[in-house]
Design a protein around this ligand. Sequence first.
Ligand code: FPP
Length: 237
Amino acid sequence: MKFKTIPSHIAVIMDGNGRWAEAKGKKRTEGHRAGADAIDRLLDVALEYKIKNISLYAFSTENWKRPITEINAIFNLLIEFIDTRLDKIHAKGIRIHHSGNRSKLSKTVLQKIDSAMDVTKKNKKITANFCLNYGGQEEILSAFTRLQNARKTNQSPLDKTISPKEFEKYLYTHPLPPVDLLIRTAGEQRVSNFLLWQIAYAEFFFTNTLWPDFGREALEEALVFFDSRKRKFGGLT
Ligand code: FPP
């Protein structure tokens, strides 16, 4: 398909893995596994359309409330995803980025992510931003704390006005651009603490498609929607 404008940054709330599994009489974990395959498909179609940045809400700061078996299954899938797909991801020119608080993530998960980021750091086609132990409010508070700490270290005044540009350097997503298009699957219409700062002027696309069923058709539907929007960023034209 042809589009006038392609979003530079798409953020995805990948919802509906559990419902997909339940509808098929499978375990929830199978839904997450099918969800990991959907990430593969999304990245391939995104490469084709030259979408430069994709943020994926893989595990939120609130997801620790889930049963430990499900938490372990999601992180094991992430490890398996990196182990089995990193070579292909790298060959396709995809750069891996992590957004989120590192403190609660296991050593194994951190090692995998860090090495995936290191291997792919020079890739330019797409940045795939995996949001793990990520919460938008936590990100903003942590950015503020780190900014103040940097000011203390540099002996610059703590009460000096903070510009958005200066602040953004401390967000987990830095140096990704603002989100142009936020997609949420599975019929829910909530933001759920995802990229609160970065979605300030994003267009929102909600679809009933469950995340494991998401593919070319669903992404193209979202791109058609985005192409039809007139973005004014608070101005009149
Ligand atoms: C939401 O669906 C999904 C999640 C909280 C986890 C997302 C995880 C993946 C897509 C797989 C992880 C793999 C990698 C590579 C990071 P839900 O469980 O809330 O679905 P439901 O609302 O239907 O129960």
